[in-house]
Design a protein around this ligand. Structure first.
Ligand code: XIL
Length: 335
């Protein structure tokens, strides 16, 4: 490599990245004493320089978007593949970022080959215990927060009918926290869900679930509110109320998967509303001492999961398809 191309690549790396232009979420978060996180994939970190630069410069915390789920970790019978997760964790370490582990027990992205429905209670319990122990032990000291159980409550407030509930019974929840705690007593353990951000049947059920876990001395330390929302879908006062009742239980609160999707094509009014709702949520988070992290579910509109899962929707994040900061980003760094 010639000295010129070397200089040019250094220049590109340090000065001409899209995120380097102005104030960052990272410096904002450090000032406010809260973590600002982002869901990432090893693939994009590897392949895309703008993506990599934004993750390094804008965030204090990282969540592997898929790499720590049971399916991706166990692609074939009994053989773990930790490569993607290791790669994301190495990036976090290099950039002095904390890590949220997502997620140990979920009903989606399970290994396709795992015939849970044919297992006895004891066999299913063994599979789950073994998985939690292996993964949590491997990353002890590197992953400070785990979403131990994800989405165990249905929208009507009943326990969700999942392969884990069917194969093990209700004890799978308590047990998962106990096993994770034994594997890494330092890690903070979370219950994570969507749709329970405001005040409704689901958030009431989640409240009762976590209150009872705490009453039974189950090692639960926090609650994750996913927040995949449309702007103003949930009144901000309701979220504040819900956060306060959870905080009163002594739980730490993380906003774990924030994105605010817009119906496409979005108008400038939609974008303005979105920026305002982002601002309201961030204001709420920094005003509540129990709220310790806000995690965005993706880096930019180019990599967000939204268009693939909510047909007709998109533009849900704070960097656009070209990795440029949007109105919401400009507002947030000035809060
Ligand atoms: C999503 C990922 O973003 C997608 O890439 C994947 O195909 C499906 O899962 N709630 C969760 C997350 O807890 O794990 C989900 O992530 C989004 C909804």
């Amino acid at each position: 490599m010639s000295i010129f191309s070397l200089l040019r690549s250094w220049w590109k790396e340090f000065f001409s990245s899209p995120a380097a232009a102005g104030p960052t979420l990272r410096t904002w978060a450090q000032k406010k004493n809260i973590d600002i996180g982002v869901a990432v994939t090893a693939h994009h970190l590897r392949a895309n320089e703008s993506y990599r630069t934004i993750v390094a410069q804008e965030f204090t915390m990282i969540t592997p978007e898929n790499a720590l789920k049971m399916g991706p970790l166990l692609p074939t019978v009994g053989t773990y593949d930790f490569r993607e997760a290791d790669e994301v964790l190495a990036f976090a370490k290099k950039h002095n970022q904390s890590v949220r582990g997502h997620t140990l027990v979920w009903h989606q992205q399970l290994p396709a080959w795992l015939p849970l429905e044919t297992f006895s209670v004891i066999e299913a319990q063994h599979v789950l215990d073994d998985h939690i122990t292996k993964v949590v032990k491997r990353y002890a000291g590197q992953i400070g927060y785990w979403d131990v159980v994800n989405e165990a409550v249905a929208d009507d407030g009943a326990l969700r009918d999942t392969p884990w509930l069917r194969s093990i019974g209700v004890s799978y929840i308590t047990n998962a926290f106990q096993v994770a705690h034994a594997a890494d007593p330092q890690a903070k353990l979370f219950y994570n869900d969507y749709g329970g951000e405001g005040m409704n049947k689901k958030s009431d059920a989640i409240y009762v679930l976590v209150r009872d876990l705490l009453r039974d001395k189950v090692p639960l330390h926090g609650i994750g509110l996913q927040m995949h929302l449309r702007p103003y879908e949930v009144p901000i006062e309701e979220i504040a109320h819900n956060i306060r009742r959870l905080a009163a239980l002594g739980l730490e609160i993380h906003i774990t998967e924030l994105d605010l999707r817009l119906a496409l094509p979005a108008t400038s009014r939609d974008q303005e509303q979105q920026a305002q709702y982002f601002e309201d949520i961030f204001q709420l988070a920094i005003a509540e001492p129990a709220c310790r992290a806000i995690v965005l579910w993706g880096v930019s509109d180019a990599t967000s999961w939204i268009p693939g899962y909510f047909s007709g929707y998109g533009e849900a994040l704070v960097f656009d398809e070209q990795y440029r900061p949007k109105a919401a980003h400009r507002r947030l760094v000035e809060l």
